[in-house]
Design a binder for this molecule. Structure first.
Ligand code: FE2
Length: 294
């Protein structure tokens, strides 16, 4: 496979732990993905038990629907979507935090956005020649209530041995300081993994819930140590699995839609205690669409 990134881009990724590539997704591809995500929210019928998404560990709702979304396309509400009586404060379309976590293998539009030769080539350039497409998220960062995503390392939530998880984050709309752009710590990937998010044993079944295991109590950087990544729609940001990153609450009147696809190496060990577990009916696939033999 021929190299997609320049040597300078590969070097910058190694030095910083992230890489910003403007114009990787065309306007039509972004518009198609946005339209499909909005349709999926329209089709979504909430159940009585509402799933809210947050990365704040005290509040994380580890219900069966969250774990089951390993194999689905589930809509999660913003934390501030409901009033005290449990009614939505605004339209459902403006209340969803994200859709997750298997749309890339369940929906044609998401599949064509995710499984491209460009992305497979970029993953290979960065050391993931055998990338498996593990997790997809469409993040709405809704106007006024789009929740903060606390500083974290993606390897906490998608652990492999050795660490291989890599995030490919696409701005579907312009990401600005006002609407909650990404923030990252340049070079911050040269550090330890602080904690892992695990299913509770012994069977790791959905009903067991989840917990965090602290591996290193050293704090992650505070937002003051991070730099903002304000990027126009169509930009891809690659994030190393150990890179501390964060995004602020969106109090602006403008949404900040983004799509992220997390990949791991097919040759790394993926423990059965990871929260995201695919069923036998929906096996992981290689980004380059070659057969998975691992
Ligand atoms: Fe993340």
């Amino acid at each position: 496979m021929s190299q997609v990134l320049s040597d300078e881009q590969i070097e910058r990724y190694r030095a910083d732990g992230f890489l910003v590539v403007e114009g990787l997704a065309g306007p039509q591809a972004c518009a198609d993905l946005r339209r499909r995500a909005v349709e999926m929210v329209e089709e979504f019928q909430p159940t009585d038990q509402r799933s809210i998404f947050t990365t704040n560990e005290q509040d994380r709702i580890s219900d069966g629907e969250f774990l089951a979304s390993s194999n689905g396309a589930w809509c999660f509400f913003e934390e501030e979507a409901f009033d005290d009586t449990g009614a939505l404060r605004q339209d459902k379309a403006l209340s969803i935090n994200k859709i997750g976590h298997a749309m890339h293998d369940l929906d044609d539009t998401f599949e064509s956005f995710s499984y491209t030769s460009d992305l497979a080539g970029i993953a290979a350039d960065l050391g993931l020649a055998d990338a498996l497409a593990l997790q997809s998220m469409y993040i709405f960062k809704q106007p006024h209530i789009g929740g903060e995503v606390g500083c974290h390392q993606d390897a906490t939530f998608l652990y492999t041995d050795p660490m291989t998880v890599t995030g490919f984050w696409f701005a579907i709309e312009d990401a600005t300081l006002e609407n909650g752009c990404l923030w990252a710590a340049p070079g911050g990937h040269r550090t330890s993994l602080r904690k892992v998010f695990k299913r509770r044993g012994p069977s790791f079944a959905n009903a067991g819930g989840t917990e965090f295991d602290v591996l290193d109590p050293a704090p992650l950087p505070s937002p003051a140590d991070l730099v903002p990544l304000e990027v126009p729609a169509g930009t891809m940001v690659v994030l190393h699995g150990l890179l501390p990153h964060w995004s602020d609450v969106n109090r602006s009147a403008t949404s900040r839609h983004a799509y992220s696809l997390h990949c791991i190496s097919a040759s790394a060990e993926y423990p059965a205690w990871n929260w995201l577990q695919r069923s036998a009916e929906l096996p992981l696939r290689r980004l380059d669409r070659s057969a998975v033999t691992a």
